[in-house]
Design a protein around this ligand. Structure first.
Ligand code: ATP
Length: 303
């Protein structure tokens, strides 16, 4: 299933200017093509440009909603402490794949997942696995900020409380403060922790949801179009935050914006009609895609 061409990919510059160029190129001009394009059915893979660890790995993942197959044999290594973007046209299966990683698809009646996903070598679909514990290791941030109708403090304290992470009120205060600081929200809310989380602006609410995810010390954070309900300024704040968070967490983000994928991610996976068409370093996918469908999407011909 793998078709790797290291020499091709290594020829591609990994410099930040390449990323800037990608930003400029996306949707505006044609990516520079280093190689002839392929249209083959297997996933095209380019190796990462830096050495990375992969503690989250998907192998031959298929998802069915009743009779309908939504994902076909998706295999992907997700680099640790980096951001991986899932891109592709509407309905291509990005969210379905994301939801496999914390078994959110379990909650959908008639949904069936086959294949294997491992986190730290452990099969997350093993029947003996505790799904509640899995979801504390794999946090999720949704499209629309969804704070609980509770105080800012309680929004963050809720997870640590149900997982028994704080032995005292002081410890809980510390977790809440550290989580809000890491989510870049502390200075804006420290004097109003008892006020409702739903009273914050959209961007603040999304950072509160990120603080809530962080509070239970996850390894992986899944983000499903986290900026789609936000204005450009709030989006920029969240993107900057994502860049800071990757020092601590493995992040997977679904985005419709190739500019956002270029700005925030180190690895990109392009999906089309339920198949993983191409994956590799974001610079490679944006500038020298090797599959015809990827190029068509990047240049705006499909999607
Ligand atoms: N709960 C469900 N029941 C039945 N079919 C579903 C369900 N959720 C998704 N699908 C179907 O699975 C396919 C993949 O959907 P998915 O939401 O994963 O795509 P996506 O790439 O995230 O799309 P978008 O970018 O529009 O959010 C689509 O054909 C969709 O209609």
């Amino acid at each position: 299933m793998t078709s790797s061409h290291p020499s091709d990919a290594q020829a591609v510059s990994a410099s930040s200017s390449a990323r800037d160029a990608a930003l400029h190129d996306v949707g505006a001009t044609k990516p520079v093509l280093a190689n002839p394009l392929t249209e083959k059915d297997e996933t095209v893979r380019s190796p990462d440009l830096e050495t990375r660890e992969y503690r989250l790995q998907a192998r031959d993942v298929c998802v069915f909603y009743g009779e309908k197959q939504a994902l076909f044999d998706v295999s992907l290594d997700v680099p640790e402490k980096a951001v991986t973007s899932l891109i592709g046209p509407s309905g291509c299966g990005k969210t379905t794949f994301l939801r496999c990683i914390n078994r959110m698809n379990d909650t959908i009646e008639g949904c069936r997942v086959t294949g294997k996903i491992t986190l730290d070598g452990e099969d997350i679909y093993d029947p003996s696995l505790d799904v509640v514990e899995l979801r504390s290791r794999v946090g999720m941030v949704f499209q629309k900020p969804n704070p609980f109708p509770k105080s800012i403090y309680e929004n963050v304290a809720y997870g640590p409380r149900i997982h028994g992470l704080a032995r005292s009120r002081t410890e809980m205060d510390e977790i809440v403060e550290a989580s809000l600081k890491r989510a870049g929200l502390w200075s804006e809310v420290k004097d109003r922790l008892r006020e409702s989380g739903t009273g914050l602006s959209g961007g603040q609410q999304q950072r509160l949801c990120i603080a809530r995810a962080i509070a239970v010390s996850p390894e992986v954070i899944l983000m499903d179009e986290p900026c789609s309900a936000l204005d450009p300024i709030a989006t920029a704040v969240i993107e900057e935050l994502i860049d800071e968070l990757r020092a601590h967490y493995t992040i997977i983000i679904v985005t419709h914006s190739m500019q956002q994928a270029a700005r925030v991610s180190q690895k990109t996976a392009f999906f089309h009609l339920g198949k993983l068409i191409e994956e590799g370093p974001t610079e490679v996918i944006m500038q020298t895609p090797r599959h015809k469908k990827t190029q068509d999407y990047i240049t705006g011909r499909i999607g």
